[in-house]
Design a protein around this ligand. Structure first.
Ligand SMILES: Nc1nc(=O)c2cc3nc(NCCN4CCCCC4)[nH]c3cc2[nH]1
Ligand SMILES: [Zn+2]
Length: 373
């Protein structure tokens, strides 16, 4: 069992890369997709099922867990891995983004953010130091710096001011994180869609020095084209020998485009959240299983998928349990979607190692263009 956190690049194909992150709790094959386990559970999934989909690491949230059941309680009970019965790596987001998107009555100062819980209205504070303490109490393997993610669209002055605050908070996060062998601290690049601010942010983070680097401030409504324009330059501003993590992304085609541009890690609620609403991601695009056209369809959702939903059930059955609001509906489609996301990550890792990412990408888009039949 390695006591260290190490990233080994195995192969590159164009800007796409594949490698392995070694941690004391296990290896993470990159490019990696992290299922989101916000409240200490990947919704509608047992942890062993999450592992069966091929996930090496999952994401937890400082914001949600600090409010309920609190980081102190999880620490008293042995930490988040034991609490949620997931002994492999966990990355935790630092809370700033969730405060801005979920909490009420927020007040942002140089010190940090005060806010009211969206659950019971109680008052709380997050600072770089408090976020590091919470993530330490949770026992997460990869800790994210405490940052501020500005809502887009925003004017250049606002973006610059916010990015520079986040860089000062990155400094404080690192000081508070301390020296924790086997645990990693990732910096988060900000700067909106402004190339000069992205460069300034990357330079600041490189000078502080981190175990990995996230690209923050995207997937906040800018649209895929603007996101890809930013990803055409942002990853290359980060150290080539450290993992690059694009936060909050995304749809399958977002993920493929990000890997193509040099991203190593991603996370998104989409496969689990949309699975619960009956939206299935397949090789031929999105299928809404509640649609009447599936009522008598004996075929599986995706004949190329090995998940329980595709192995044991017809589209007709999946539509039935969704329309009947049966609990198994969200379980089956969440499993399928997470499996599909992991399958394309696995296929991209193999394609990059074989130097055939472009051919794989062409096939990926061709299958989707055919649409569901
Ligand atoms: N610490 C931190 N910093 C960020 O700049 C950040 C930027 C992010 N951008 C997203 N986008 C999530 C988009 N998601 C798409 C599916 C539906 C729910 C929202 N999540 C993010 C999380 C983030 N976390
Ligand atoms: Zn399936």
């Amino acid at each position: 069992m390695t006591a260290r956190f190490e990233f080994e690049l195995k192969a590159t194909d164009g800007k796409a890369r594949t490698g392995v992150i070694s941690t004391p709790r296990g290896e993470i094959r990159t490019p990696a997709f992290m299922p989101v386990g916000t409240a200490a559970t990947v919704k509608a999934m047992m942890p062993e099922s999450v592992r069966a989909t091929g996930a090496d690491i999952l994401l937890g949230n400082t914001y949600h867990l600090m409010l309920r059941p609190t980081a102190e309680r999880i620490d008293r009970l042995g930490g988040l891995h034991k609490f949620m019965n997931w002994e492999r790596p966990i990355l935790t987001d630092s809370g700033g983004f969730q405060v801005m998107s979920l909490a009420g009555l927020r007040k942002l100062t140089e010190e940090g953010v005060t806010f009211k819980s969206h659950i019971d209205g109680s008052k709380h504070e997050l600072t770089p130091e408090r976020s590091m303490e919470i993530q330490r109490l949770l026992g997460s393997d990869i800790v994210m710096c405490f940052d501020e993610c500005p809502a887009l669209p925003a004017d250049r002055d606002r973006i610059a001011e916010s990015m520079r605050l986040s860089m000062r908070w990155a400094e404080r996060s690192k000081a508070a994180f301390g020296d924790r062998p086997g645990h990693a601290l990732f910096g988060i690049m900000q700067g909106g869609l402004e190339q000069d601010f992205r460069e300034e942010s990357a330079k600041a983070l490189r000078e502080i020095g981190f175990d990995g680097y996230a690209i923050g401030g995207l997937a906040v409504g800018e649209g895929q084209e603007a996101m890809f324009d930013c990803l055409d330059y942002a990853p290359d501003m980060l150290p080539v020998d450290k993992p690059r993590y694009l936060m909050g992304v995304g749809k399958p085609d977002d993920i493929v485009g990000a890997v193509k541009r040099g991203v190593d890690m991603m996370d998104c609620v989409l496969p689990s959240r949309s699975g619960r609403t009956g939206q299935a991601f397949t090789r031929r695009g999105v299928v809404n299983i509640k649609n009447a056209r599936h009522a008598d369809d004996p075929r599986p959702l995706d004949e190329n998928c090995s998940c329980p939903a595709c192995s044991n059930y017809s589209r007709a059955y999946l539509r039935h349990v969704f329309r009947s609001n049966e609990m198994i509906s969200g379980m089956l489609l969440t499993w399928h979607n997470l499996q599909y996301f992991q399958d394309i990550m696995g296929e991209m890792r193999v394609a990059i190692a074989a130097g055939r990412f472009d051919a794989w990408e062409e096939e990926f888009h061709a299958m989707r263009a055919m649409g569901d039949i």
